[in-house]
Write a protein of this length. Structure first.
Ligand SMILES: [Zn+2]
Length: 241
């Protein structure tokens, strides 16, 4: 065999070994993530109840991977209201445990592995909101008629889910002093909806806990341009209860 033939064989062998190793690692990571979630779901729910002073109504179904036809950003979860199901991403994720899978995920993702507990805490926020909606005789939330209403509700809804994640996991999220939420619904970015949303609902939930979330569901926001006003209105309404 010529020298280039030997080199070619060597490259193919190295590539095959790397591929098999990464396949093995991903399979192991997926298995350990599933085990962590299924073994700890009840205690994660309990931790939310204790820290946030709320009562969850039961627990959601958990599925790993996304439903057919659903595309999501890598490392994000998805809550499906009609079936009370949390879909968790497969991939390079870590848990709070110290084990080989977490080390492999960190190495293979170059330190950018996503934290499955963060994702689960966020999605449990959506589960909590869904159960509150179901407890109401009238669902005022899920009947948006304009894009503006839909976006304003996304800010509050994702803000609440982020509140669950950030509070449970002691995550720092400071907003720059110059930050202000866009008033045009077409200008909202993912940052505005998630981080901006969190800062919008935080002072209200800090003070009123579950009552704040009930207030949001009973009084859905109608426009992105009025969100600051909406925050003040919520604080005033809840303070006089
Ligand atoms: Zn969400």
């Amino acid at each position: 065999m010529s020298l280039s033939g030997v080199m070619k064989k060597c490259i193919i062998s190295t590539f095959t070994v790397a591929l098999l190793t990464s396949f093995y690692a991903q399979t192991k990571i997926n298995k350990d993530i599933e085990l962590f979630v299924m073994n700890n779901l009840e205690s994660i729910i309990e931790a939310q109840e204790n820290k946030l002073g709320i009562d969850h109504k039961g627990s959601p179904r958990i599925i790993f991977g996304y439903p057919d036809g659903y595309t999501a950003h890598d490392g994000s979860g998805f809550y499906h209201d009609p079936t009370d199901t949390i879909y968790l991403p497969k991939g390079l994720a870590i848990t709070p445990e110290s084990n080989l899978s977490n080390k492999l995920a960190e190495i293979l993702s170059f330190g950018r592995a996503y934290d499955i507990l963060d994702i689960l805490d966020h999605e449990l926020g959506h589960f909590y909101i869904d159960k509150i909606k179901e407890s109401k005789s009238e669902n005022k939330w899920d009947v948006p008629v304009t894009y503006d209403q839909k976006q304003a509700r996304s800010v509050v809804c994702e803000g609440v889910a982020e509140y669950f994640k950030i509070t449970l996991n002691n995550i720092e999220t400071n907003l720059s002093e110059n930050y202000s939420m866009p008033t045009d619904c077409f200008e909202l970015t993912t940052f505005d909806i998630y981080v901006g949303g969190y800062h919008l609902v935080k002072p209200i939930i800090d003070l009123y806990g579950s009552a704040a979330i009930h207030y949001f569901i009973d009084n859905p926001p109608n426009s992105v341009k009025d969100l600051k006003l909406y925050q003040n209105k919520a604080l005033n309404a809840l303070s006089s209860k």
